[in-house]
Write a protein that binds this ligand. Structure first.
Ligand SMILES: *Cc1c(COP(=O)(O)O)cnc(C)c1O
Length: 366
């Protein structure tokens, strides 16, 4: 983060602002594409649906993972053709399936037999991936709590779909978001191998494996560089799935690093010996990711010197709106601008305007 440059931008755009770095976004996409050669990357729009992000990723060659009619509308408005999209929500209404089919999407995800029946009407227009659950309780965000068919049940669901005359392309999974352990993918791929073998023995040819998202980024703790993180996954794919179509659905790893938040100290107070600083952005805004996504963002303060036990809080009147407690900070002044890094994923996407505070403005830079 270039403090001087960002401060200049803040003086023009005010706070709270999320600065969206085009070059960082392009760099993240290119690094991931390089780290996962031959893997089709479908950006998970859910993580940040800002149209500029979709535009830039489309220019870089990205494909798109959409889950809802609303997300279809967003990519459509950005001129993304349906051939570049897949639908990954395991639970859909008939009207949702039709909306996606009418747009032109053909690849869908299911994880149970009730969902299979919904596709009987659209047999010839839809291909299915069966979502398998991956247990990862130690992960920051476990995405298999709510969706996914147990690995031991996945083959029988595929068999059932096949028996109903539905076209099953393969298996998808999500190893958990901000998953810091690449071996979780290997564990899931081991199950996929088994399932594909069983399917082949029963005359069902699967040709697609979707390894989902989950790729981690640096927050307060550094993670493995993406190239190293992906190395065991690549080796496994090369060895056992070289003739398969491989898909990934990266969200955070693309949208996370590209935004920096600038927020300002609105007021301060010394309460029972602790310095409280009230910022103009909080838990109901871009920091909603602290709540829903369990993320802790690296912060930069504009002062140095002796530090004191401090609290950073958001602007709303709710006591839950506290961002950082028990942190050592130099004395801050009202009007100081603080910067928070890696605030692109699951931040503005889940922000609200609670208590009358508008969402942070998004400013595209470089
Ligand atoms: C949220 C989600 C993603 C993106 O996950 P990240 O951890 O942000 O990479 C991908 N696929 C599905 C099905 C999701 O629900």
């Amino acid at each position: 983060m270039d403090f001087a440059k960002l401060n200049k931008l803040v003086s023009v755009h005010g706070t709270p602002s999320l600065f969206l770095s085009q070059s960082r976004l392009r760099e993240s996409y290119r690094s991931l594409a390089y780290a996962l050669p031959g893997v089709e990357l479908f950006y998970a729009v859910k993580s940040n649906a800002q149209p500029e992000i979709i535009d830039i990723l489309q220019q870089e060659g990205s494909l798109f993972d959409i889950c809802t009619n609303g997300e279809i509308d967003i990519v459509k408005q950005c001129g993304v053709p349906a051939e570049k999209c897949m639908h990954t929500h395991p639970i859909k209404r008939d009207s949702d399936i039709r909306y996606a089919l009418d747009f032109g999407v053909t690849l869908f995800v299911v994880d149970n037999e009730f969902e299979l029946s919904k596709f009987l009407l659209y047999k010839d227009r839809a291909r299915l991936l069966v979502r398998m659950s991956v247990q990862n309780p130690s992960c920051m965000v476990n995405l298999s709590h709510k969706f996914g068919c147990a690995p031991t049940q996945t083959f029988s669901l595929i068999e059932k779909a096949h028996g109903m005359g539905l076209s099953v392309a393969g298996i998808s999974f999500h190893a958990g978001s901000q998953n810091e352990n690449p071996l979780k993918y290997i564990e899931a791929l081991d199950f996929c191998r088994d399932i594909c073998r069983k399917a082949a023995l029963n005359g069902i040819i699967l040709n697609t494996i979707d390894i989902g998202g989950g790729f981690p980024i640096n927050y307060l703790n550094p993670v493995l560089p993406i190239q190293r993180f992906c190395q065991p996954i690549n080796e496994y794919l090369e060895r056992y799935f070289s003739n398969y179509r491989i898909i990934a659905e990266p969200g955070r790893v693309l949208s996370g690093p590209c935004m920096v938040l600038a927020a300002r100290v609105m007021g301060k107070s010394l309460r029972s010996g602790v310095w409280w600083y009230y910022l103009d952005e909080g838990l109901y805004g871009s920091f909603s990711g602290k709540m829903f996504d369990h993320a802790d963002y690296p912060l930069l303060v504009p002062r140095s010197g002796e530090t004191f036990n401090s609290v950073l809080a958001g602007p709303t009147c709710d006591s839950i709106d506290v961002l950082y407690e028990n942190i050592a900070l130099p004395q801050l002044e009202i009007g100081d601008v603080l910067l928070f890094d890696s605030m692109g994923a699951y931040t503005t996407a889940s922000a609200t305007t609670f208590n009358g505070f508008p969402k942070a403005k998004i400013v595209v830079i470089d």
